[in-house]
Structure formats: C-alpha cells, structure tokens
Design a binder for this molecule. Sequence first.
Ligand code: ATP
Ligand code: MG
Length: 376
Amino acid sequence: MYVTSLRLRDIRIIQSCDIEFDKGVTVFVGDNGQGKTSILESIYWTSHAKSFRHVNVEDIIRKNCDSAKINIEITDDLRPQDIDITLNRIGRDNVLVNGQKLRKNSDLLDTLRVSIFTPDDLDIIKGSSALRREVLDDNLFQISKKYIAASKDYSRSLKQKNAYLKSDDFDKVVIEVLNNSLVVSGSVIIKSRLAALNNFRKVLQDAYDHISGENSQILIRYISKIFSNDHGEDKDPNEDISNEELQAVFLSKIEEYSSIEYRRGHSIIGPHRDDLAIFIHGRDSRTQASQGEQRSMALALKMAFHRLVTQKTGDNPILLLDDVFSELDLGRTHRLVECLPAAQTFVTTATDIPVSLKVRETFNVSAGVVTKSKIS
Ligand SMILES: Nc1ncnc2c1ncn2[C@@H]1O[C@H](COP(=O)(O)OP(=O)(O)OP(=O)(O)O)[C@@H](O)[C@H]1O
Ligand SMILES: [Mg+2]
C-alpha cells in the first residue's frame, strides 16, 4: 500500500496543500517551524486517528479555524482508496473511508498502516516503562483486533477500579468484580505480548547489529510483577502459559497486593505496569548501556517491530522518518537508510539529506506552503 496524494486544509501552520506522491522516498526539506512535521502528523492521523505528538485535536486545527481537513488517497496498485477526515474544534471528528462513515476509529488500521521514527524515540530505552509499553502496544494494535478490543476493555476496567480505590467506599464484592474483568482482558494483553516477543530476539538482534555495525548478544525479557517470585524478584514467564493458568496467577497477585493498592489508591498489578528489559552482551540497556548503544537499540527496537508488523500483515507499513538524521551520526544514518524496507518512506529534514538515501522526490516547506523542489 502506498500514498498517491495528500490534501490538507488548516492543519497547524498549513492553510492548504495538495501534493501527489509515488512509491519510494519522498523528502520534505525546510527550516525549523515551517510545517514539515505537521505533514507527517497528518499522514499518521489517517492511520491512527491521533497524533504521535500526544496532543489534542484543538492543537492540530489551525489557529482561529473551527475545523481542519485531511484527505489521503492510497493504492495497492489494484484498488485505489481514500480516507477523508474532518477534525472539529467542537464535536466529534468525521472519518470517511471510501465515502463510508467509519464505525470505529481503530478500523482505520485496516486501510492504512504507518510506522513513525522521531528523535523522541531515542529515549525509548532509557526513558520510563510507559514508552516501551507504547511501542509494544502500537505495534500489536496493527497486528491484532483482539488486542485492540482487550486494551479498550482493560483501560475501562482500570479507570473504574482506580476511581473506586480513590473513593471512600469499600465493598469487597465490587473490587472482586473489577478485578475479574481486569484479569480477563489483561490476560489477553499479556498472552499477545508474550507471543509477539517469542522469536523477536533474533529479529531485534539482526536490526541492532545492522544499525550498530556490531555482532551483539541480545536478550529481551518481559518484566511483570505478576510473575515475580515470593521475594518480589522478576522471573521470566512461561511463554506457553495457558489462559486459565495466567488468569489464576494474575488474580492471586492482585489479591496479594490488594492492601497496598488500597493504601495507594490505584491499581499496581497488571499489564499497564509491565515492562521490557533488553540486555546487550548481558548488560541491562536501560542502566548499563552507553548513550550510543541506547540510541542504536531504540532504533533497532522500532525497526524490529516494523518488520514484525510487515511479516504478520504481509504489507509494508508506510514509514515516516521525522528529523531522525539530525540526531544520528553518519555511520548509523547510513546503516538505518540501508535497512529501510522497500515501502514508501516520507522523510523530513532541516539539514542535509544523507547522500546514501535514494530520493525519489523532494518538496520544500516554507511558512506552511509546500512546493515541489526543482532539484530532485
Ligand atoms: N494550531 C496551530 N495553528 C497555527 N500554527 C501552528 C499550530 N500549531 C503549531 N503551529 C505552528 O506550526 C509551525 C510548524 O510546526 P512543525 O512542527 O510542523 O514544523 P517543522 O517544520 O517540523 O519544524 P522543525 O524543523 O523545528 O521540527 C510551528 O511554527 C508552530 O508554531
Ligand atoms: Mg519537525
């Protein structure tokens, strides 16, 4: 699948733009603050129905405007499709796929898959566990409808339980009901994560070796209090654990920690607190790797998940690279470019384009106006 055209109206600094694309690598060049990332943000929105910048709709709609529009045309060379999104300052978004109103925004992923790399990704390894969970979740959302449904159920139950734990009420029966629903959806989440990580080590090691130019030894572990032993030490879960077994272990851990949860006023056991630990040559990458190793591993992790989605769906996601070259040294830049899959890629840069990048087309972005570059 690849994008053939993008039309924007009143997206951040961009009043209007209408661009056509082909397969291959498209580059957006421009000084800082001119609207390059806003273009990638719009493409990302047509797949995820949200921004990767963790902002609200009001932030995206151009100042003093009531609404904004994103229209994208895509094709797999057999069937052209189009996604038309109206973002409203007041009221709900309106999303049409091939002229039909969408039932759920998460169904957008059925039409278009998009992966993004940004300089913020370089913090995935050393940052909080929430960043690593987000990468894992984002990729599983692209692979599994069951995962999306379980995550929605889990978030709803978690919100209810946290609200109840904060309230002055305490009814054992209510807590039991809430715990049971957390355990049912939470076990689906954990099982899917473990299945995705099974065989993932090899893909990650290949990606890391490619980006770092080393021969490494990589270990990836799923860390969860649910599987910790009696002394609270992390233990590796059995990847083949049955659903019933998992639900039973999960529930007994919640019960074990119930008085602490009650005291703290929020839920502390479950996949919303779990983490990934990645070891390079036996050293924990979060606490013992150098800054360069952490950057290589962050890119490798995203690249490996991108490959996983490609394998599982049989379709190359569209790749968005937002300003990543300014943050990487020349060696890593070359190697990242080399291992980009042959999908369509959109790149933004305020600096030079790496010479090794085979660019199909370049657009200049200036004060929100996008024009085809005469050089490419
Ligand atoms: N809602 C909005 N309405 C109008 N302008 C906005 C809005 N939100 C952001 N902007 C402006 O849009 C501009 C473009 O932002 P964007 O992040 O796309 O730039 P960029 O070209 O990627 O810059 P950089 O190279 O610094 O990353 C910024 O100058 C910002 O102030
Ligand atoms: Mg930018």
